[in-house]
Structures are given as structure tokens and as C-alpha cells.
Design a protein around this ligand. Structure first.
Ligand code: UPG
Length: 397
């Protein structure tokens, strides 16, 4: 297949580009390199030393003989350029990662809220709009988030996208219907992914676009089979308070002797997936497109759930780290249970990598290897969800 990977320079985008190129697909990255600019804005850098996208693709070609093409395009701002590229190349499939993906960054200030909404919603809408305009029947696979469901305290199992409901008609009969699971975003970033869902529903219904939305859990790990092939193919690894995701943060904190930063009581339960499984799921989704005219296909792309304090305690046991119980910068339920259906990917053959498979210690080794690159002052999470919370977490005792 000819595949366009929008946001192919990012944390999941890059290993996906390598994985699909390795599988023999004609792979094209479209990216505005915003993630690299945000590193500069925040004064942070990936734990792993990361080369330019041009250098990465050059090394991939030298190693494998395969080409990954790179195009500098801003989806949210360069609609005409995006439409022209799609019309010229007419890919069979498109993987859409091109969105600002950090919840804390999206809550930093009013400017960051505006940026996240404008960037994410425009990028998705520009893409859908262009596909219709140029009559391109490419299968669109979007990286969504488990966060669209929210983390309620009810404890009912989360279905894959759609919820069966019984509705009483005016005749007093009960008819059953499947509706999109009610959105319950916990940040501006998560809210944009909820808005994306509505855009997808509309364009699938109105224009027959074939769309798959992947509701992904928190990714951990850094390497995939392909990123290991050469040191310059290495994936990025974020550890800072805005972009670092919880498990990877705990791992680097353990490696540098920094107390593990648990928010609140650590009673939040979240869904997780290893980066290697993430790229496998994307390939599985690409090879199983929905029918034209059908509804949006939704998968829960996660493999296990864990309570944050259990993860911290496990890593503390493994490494001898201390745990710091911190005031929570986020507005979220202090404790929740989480049961998630993920049978669809398992039925397609996904064989999940689990935390207990020993990979955790391997990641600790990655963290130790590059620990010299860590700026300890960038570890604390300082983006607060509300002004009230900001005054608590930034209070200097
Ligand atoms: N948390 C801590 N300590 C930390 C960092 C986070 O206790 O140092 C908590 C946080 O309060 C939250 C949970 O851990 O309850 C998860 O936070 P995080 O790992 O940052 O995940 P999300 O904010 O849910 O976002 C990540 C990705 C996002 C993706 C989502 C999938 O950034 O792009 O959509 O995971 O669930």
C-alpha cells in the first residue's frame, strides 16, 4: 500500500513509519516538526539523542534499502498544500497522528488551550475536507485516546466505542440502539479528540469516508524492532512534566534517583500499551478497513490496566526508589476502577507484551544509559488544570 503518515516524526509516528516501511509499504511522512519546536519552547529535549527527520530517513535507507519520504506540511495551516499533496500522491491509506498530544501542555495557559484546539481540530477537519474534495477513498486510521471515555468512578466495562442503549419510544416500547460512548474529556487535549470523533461520524455518514479510530492507552517503552536496528533510528523518549507519560517518567526518575512523582493518592487507574504493540495494532487496523458507507470502526488500543500507585510501588521495589506523594496538578477522580474491552485486536491476532515480561527492566537500562542527558529541573509537572490548583501546587512551603 502507499501510506501517508501524518505526524510521522513523533513518538508513535516514527516507529510506525519504520514498521510499515519494513513491511514493504510505500511510506510517506507529512509533518510540520511542531514537536521539535515545542521542545525548544519548553527548554527540554528527548532523553534519547534524536537526529533530524532527514537524517533518520537517510539512515533507514542505508540500513534497509527502503525509502521513507518526508514532506514538511502543516495540516492545520496549509490546507491547499495538503490537498495538493493528497491529489498528487493518492495514498491507499492515511495514518493521522498530527495533533498536539500532551494533556498538561494543553492546560498550560490560555495560549496553549487555543493552540491545541486550533491545531488539532483544524488538522483533522482539513484532512477530511480534502479527502472529500479530491474524491480520495483512502482508509483513514486516526490515533485517538482512551481519554475520550473519561475515568468515571462507576466501574462499568468500557465497550469499543459504541454503547448499546434502550430508548423508550412515544408508543411506550423500548427500542435498542448503539450510540457513540458519551464523551467525558479530562483536559483540553482530550476534548479535541472528542471533537474529532464527531467530525469522523459526520464524514463517514455524509460522504462515506472509511475511518478507523484507535482509542489508545498510555504508551510505555521506547524501542521497537526497527528502532533498534541503528542507534540513529532511536525513538524519542519524553520525561518532562508536560510530555512525559507516567510510566516512562517513573522509569527515568528511578534511573536518576528522583523520588517517583505520584499525583495525589495514585488511585487513578489507567490503560497501558507498549510502543511495539501500538505499531502492530496500527498495522492490523490498516489491513482491516471498514466498508465504505459503514460506521466509523473503533478499537480500544490498550493491553492492560494499572493503578498509578501500584506502578510506582512496583518500580520502587525493583529499583529502591522513594515515592513522593504530590498534590495533583490535574482535576481528575482521585480513585477509579477501569475495565476495558479490547477483544477486537486480540481476535485479529495481537499477542500483547506485558509489563511483567521483563521489558520494564530493559527500559530502566535505556533510562540509565541516557540519564546524563536529564535536566532534573524539568521533571516536576507544573501545568495546573485550574487557577485554584495552580496556587496549591506552586505554593512554596
Ligand atoms: N501522573 C502521575 N505522575 C506523573 C505523571 C502522571 O501520577 O508524574 C498521573 C496523572 O495524574 C494521570 C495519569 O498519571 O492520572 C496518566 O497521566 P499521563 O501518563 O500523562 O497520561 P495522559 O495525560 O492520559 O495522556 C497520555 C498521552 C496522550 C494519550 C493518553 C492515552 O500523553 O496523548 O492520549 O495518554 O490514555
Amino acid at each position: 500500500m502507499k501510506i501517508a503518515i501524518l505526524g510521522g516524526d513523533g513518538f508513535v509516528g516514527w516507529p510506525t513509519a519504520l514498521h510499515l516501511s519494513d513491511a514493504g509499504h510505500d511510506t510517506h511522512i507529512l509533518d510540520n516538526l511542531s514537536r521539535r519546536w515545542i521542545d525548544t519552547e519548553l527548554g527540554v529535549q528527548s532523553l534519547t539523542p534524536m537526529d533530524s527527520i532527514q537524517e533518520r530517513t537517510r539512515i533507514w535507507h542505508a540500513e534497509t534499502g527502503r525509502r521513507i519520504h518526508f514532506n514538511l506540511i502543516d495540516l492545520a495551516r496549509d490546507y491547499e498544500l495538503l490537498k495538493k499533496w493528497l491529489a498528487e500522491h493518492r495514498p491507499d491509506a492515511i495514518v493521522h497522528f498530527a495533533e498536539q498530544r500532551a494533556a498538561p501542555y494543553s492546560m498550560k495557559s490560555d495560549r496553549h488551550k487555543n493552540y491545541t484546539v486550533n491545531n488539532n481540530v483544524n488538522a483533522t477537519h482539513n484532512l477530511l475536507n480534502a479527502l472529500v474534495e479530491i474524491d480520495l477513498d483512502a482508509h483513514l486510521v486516526h490515533l485517538g485516546t482512551m481519554g475520550v471515555y473519561g475515568y468515571s468512578t462507576i466501574g462499568a466495562a468500557i465497550p469499543e466505542g459504541y454503547l448499546p442503549v434502550g430508548i423508550e419510544t412515544t408508543d411506550g416500547e423500548t427500542v435498542s440502539q448503539e450510540i457513540l460512548y458519551p464523551s467525558n474529556p479530562g483536559s483540553i487535549y482530550h476534548m479535541t479528540k472528542c471533537l474529532d470523533q464527531l467530525l469522523f461520524q459526520f464524514y463517514a455518514k455524509n460522504d462515506g469516508l472509511r475511518i478507523t479510530d484507535l482509542h489508545q492507552g498510555i504508551v510505555w517503552g521506547t524501542h521497537t524492532e526497527q528502532t533498534r536496528r541503528h542507534q540513529q533510528l532511536i525513538n524519542r523518549f519524553d520525561y518532562d512534566g508536560d510530555y512525559g507519560t507516567v510510566l516512562n517518567r517513573f522509569l527515568i526518575q528511578a534511573a536518576i534517583g528522583y523520588p517517583l512523582t505520584v499525583h495525589g493518592s495514585g488511585g487513578q487507574t489507567r490503560a497501558f500499551i507498549h510502543i511495539q504493540d501500538s505499531v502492530r495494532c496500527i498495522e492490523l487496523a490498516l489491513t482491516n478497513p471498514p466498508a465504505r458507507g459503514g460506521r466509523v470502526e473503533i478499537f480500544n488500543q490498550m493491553t492492560e490496566t494499572h493503578r498509578i500507585r501500584d506502578l510506582a510501588e512496583m518500580i520502587a521495589r525493583m529499583t529502591g526508589s522513594e515515592i513522593a506523594w504530590l498534590p495533583n496538578p490535574r482535576k481528575e477522580a482521585a480513585e477509579n476502577d477501569l475495565v476495558v474491552h479490547n477483544e477486537k485486536f486480540l481476535a485479529l491476532g495481537l499477542d500483547p507484551i506485558r509489563l511483567e515480561d521483563g521489558l520494564l527492566s530493559e527500559i530502566v537500562d535505556v533510562a540509565k544509559k541516557f540519564a546524563y542527558r536529564v535536566d532534573r529541573s524539568r521533571v516536576p509537572a507544573v501545568s495546573a488544570w485550574t487557577k485554584d490548583i495552580a496556587s496549591v501546587i506552586n505554593h512554596d512551603p
